[in-house]
Ligand binder design. Structure first.
Ligand SMILES: *[C@@H]1O[C@H](CO)[C@@H](O)[C@H](O)[C@H]1NC(C)=O
Ligand SMILES: *[C@@H]1O[C@H](CO)[C@@H](O)[C@H](O)[C@H]1NC(C)=O
Length: 167
């Protein structure tokens, strides 16, 4: 190739690379080390805490990023499958219990999500919730369905927040 043509090819190659690279690397929807699923960002905390300490931990961690996370809400069968996979990957298939954000602490029998989600999706084990006043917080049980359990017990948990650019 003549030198001028080689130069021109290189020039356009650099233009193309400069143009493409930002599309692939910039503007990540989730902060570093948060896992993305369907427009939301998730963080598994493997330290065991009570339900309220876990919720506080999610809020504190995200406020440092200028974002707002809470204990994970589960709003669809797909998100439920994502949570099971994530839990099995990090904590193992047989893991016993992991906090999600559902609870009936304010009004027994009325279950709400700490992130304010309103969803008809529900995945309790048959016969659950059965705890009335003694079990007001909800876990993913055996990487399968949900159970209500004493809020003071200590378990791992997942924090969730909307991504930066879509949710
Ligand atoms: C969960 O894992 C199963 C089995 O590996 C896979 O088929 C499925 O696509 C995964 N679902 C999600 C939402 O990650
Ligand atoms: C609710 O069901 C679980 C699992 O079957 C059981 O271990 C627990 O004692 C029950 N709680 C109450 C308050 O009956």
């Amino acid at each position: 190739m003549p030198a001028t043509l080689t130069g021109r090819v290189a020039f356009y190659a650099i233009l193309v690379i400069n143009h493409l690279a930002p599309l692939n690397t910039a503007c990540s929807n989730c902060p570093f080390q948060w896992k993305e699923f369907s427009g939301h960002c998730y963080w598994m905390v493997t330290e065991k805490m009570s339900f309220q300490a876990a919720e506080n931990h999610c809020q504190d961690r995200s406020s440092k990023l200028g974002m707002q996370s809470h204990l994970m809400s589960v709003t669809s069968p797909e998100e439920s499958a994502f949570l099971r996979n994530y839990t099995a990957d990090v904590l193992g298939e047989g893991h016993q219990a992991l906090w999600i954000g559902l609870n009936d602490r304010a009004q027994p029998g009325i279950f709400v999500w700490t992130d304010g989600s309103s969803t008809p999706y529900c995945d309790f084990n048959p016969g659950e919730p059965n705890g009335s006043n003694s079990e007001d917080c909800v876990v993913l049980w055996n990487v399968d369905h949900w159970n209500d359990i004493d809020c003071a017990r200590n378990f791992e948990f997942v924090c969730k927040m909307p991504g930066r650019f879509h949710n």
